[in-house]
Write a protein that binds this ligand. Structure first.
Ligand code: ADP
Ligand code: MG
Length: 276
């Protein structure tokens, strides 16, 4: 189950910034999206790379399309009939467009994990929450599942707090612990990309700091795309940041560049707190 990631030569970045050695995990090209055929486009020809084992942050004022973009990565919008996509999200190293009508959205959701704003553990035990995705995938071997549960809970910084009560109800955990459990649940199935939608916005500052630390730690193992309205969080955690405004991707680059030398006036206005 362990994924060994070998990027083929065509996945190597053509971007000249960053380390210059980052590999593409996904590439979004000219992605447009509508919730309803008669409505305006909520995303307008958005393009950005997502680099392997890096953290990419999506920032921008409320309503600019961050959640909408994030949910394209696991075809969540397909749960509603009227939605429509144009453009591509190509996943590497396979080189497959996950927005293609030939691709089963269920399969995409199996490969791309997601954690939401509010912790949403299942009303089951801690153990069953983390085991869930493995069981759905037909994995039955208990020793494998047990090992995976421990590893995921360690990664999510929760193991020492719950190892003696794996059979307790997940809902008995604190909010911060529940969110770390949701991260463990997503990690257990080795997602190719982990999507985080404002994962700390419902949490207190201590739980937030804890989750930020673990996000930075787990990027050694998984590629992360995170939506945040907390600019300090993006600056602290993310390797790359994209600034969105009214459905357009205004600027993308290494976080340091976006936060210290933005090229576009709108990015500058946003990061200096003039709007949003
Ligand atoms: N289910 C929906 N149906 C119709 N419009 C939606 C829906 N969800 C979001 N929108 C609209 O899409 C735009 C982008 O929303 P969203 O992606 O949630 O922004 P953000 O996450 O940046 O705050 C907003 O104008 C919002 O009102
Ligand atoms: Mg949102």
């Amino acid at each position: 189950m362990e994924q060994i990631y070998k990027a083929p030569p065509e996945c190597q970045t053509k971007f000249t910034f960053g380390s210059g050695r980052d590999f593409l995990r996904a590439k979004v090209s000219d992605l447009s999206f509508r919730y309803n055929p008669e409505d305006r486009r909520v995303l307008n020809k958005v393009s950005l790379p997502v680099f392997d084992k890096k953290i990419t942050a999506l920032i921008g004022p409320s309503g600019c399309g961050k959640t909408t973009l994030l949910r394209c990565f696991n075809r969540m919008h397909d749960l509603y009939n009227a939605t429509s996509y144009e453009g591509d999200i190509v996943l590497y190293p396979e080189g497959k467009n996950i927005l293609s009508s030939e691709i089963d959205p269920m399969e995409v959701r199996m490969r791309i994990g997601m954690v939401f704003q509010k912790p949403n553990p299942f009303p089951k035990t801690i153990y069953e929450n983390v085991a869930y995705g493995l069981k759905v995938r037909g994995i039955k071997k208990k020793s494998f599942i047990d090992e995976k549960i421990e590893k995921s809970l360690v990664q999510a910084g929760l193991w020492s707090e719950v190892k003696d009560r794996l059979q307790a109800q997940a809902t008995a955990l604190s909010g911060g612990q529940q969110q770390r459990l949701c991260i463990a649940r997503a990690l257990a199935t080795d997602p190719q990309i982990l999507l985080l939608d404002e994962p700390t916005s419902a949490l207190d500052p201590i739980s937030t700091a804890h989750i930020e630390e673990l996000i930075v730690e787990i990027k050694d193992d998984v590629t992360i795309v995170i939506v945040t309205h907390n600019l300090h969080q993006a600056a602290r955690c993310a390797d790359y940041t994209s600034f969105m405004y009214m459905g357009d991707l205004i600027e993308y680059g290494p976080s340091e560049q976006i936060f210290t030398k933005p090229q576009d006036k709108r990015t500058e206005n946003y990061i200096t707190g003039r709007f949003g």
